[in-house]
Write a protein that binds this ligand. Structure first.
Ligand SMILES: Cc1cc2nc3c(=O)[nH]c(=O)nc-3n(C[C@H](O)[C@H](O)[C@H](O)COP(=O)(O)OP(=O)(O)OC[C@H]3O[C@@H](n4cnc5c(N)ncnc54)[C@H](O)[C@@H]3O)c2cc1C
Length: 174
């Protein structure tokens, strides 16, 4: 089935995930299922003010009732992440692209080692969800400057991902 290149979505939920990181749950404004996406995919988000920025989908692939993205506020932002944090709120409508994937998992690998740095965890979290659902052999190393900057720590710790994930904090034990 082909999908329109631009989707209209509603922000169903905006949530603080960690210091300077907010997540956004996006649902189709017309209530229809969203296009299927694969682990590693991202969407282009048309921001208030006219900027276009890319954000990776971090919910389990296969979900069509929502997309989840998480955005780090960049201290030197020219406006993209700042707009997501300061201007976009629950209930708002946004235009996004259909998901595209330039960062696909190798399906037949015998073992996957996922290395995440900070907000770069977003596509890898989606990959981890995919790998755990297929009982694949994998580990995710999640490196973050500090615990307060660690998005999705509770989600990981309280899920079947937990045994596969190792956290590395710059300010933690060596
Ligand atoms: C495929 C893809 C997926 C992504 N997924 C995520 C995600 O899941 N979460 C997330 O938070 N971000 C993600 N990003 C990054 C995101 O698209 C934005 O780039 C990010 O939010 C910053 O946008 P901004 O407008 O706030 O900052 P920008 O204004 O784009 O600035 C970003 C950085 O570039 C530097 N910079 C600005 N101008 C210049 C210049 N002229 N020369 C050199 N350096 C400059 C700034 O100092 C700043 O540190 C993704 C990007 C891609 C391509």
């Amino acid at each position: 089935m082909s999908h329109p290149s631009t989707l209209t979505v509603r922000v169903a939920r905006k949530q603080r995930e960690a210091l300077d990181i907010d997540s956004f749950e996006l649902v189709a404004a017309n209530g229809e299922p969203l296009p299927v996406f694969t682990a590693g995919a991202h969407v282009d988000v048309h921001l208030p003010g006219g900027l276009l920025r890319q954000y990776s989908l971090c919910n389990p692939p296969g979900e069509t009732h929502r997309y989840q993205i998480a955005v780090l506020r960049d201290a030197h932002s020219r406006g993209g992440s700042q707009a997501m944090h300061d201007l976009v709120k629950a209930g708002d409508t946004l235009q996004i692209s259909s998901p595209r994937n330039h960062f696909e998992l190798v399906p037949d690998a015998q073992r996957h080692v996922l290395l995440a740095g900070g907000i770069g965890v977003t596509p890898l979290l989606c990959m981890a969800e995919q790998l755990v659902s297929t009982a694949a052999n994998f580990e995710l190393h999640y490196c973050v400057r500090s615990r307060e900057r660690t998005a999705f720590e509770a989600r990981i710790a309280n899920s079947r991902l937990a045994p596969h994930v190792k956290f590395h904090w710059d300010d933690g034990p060596a």
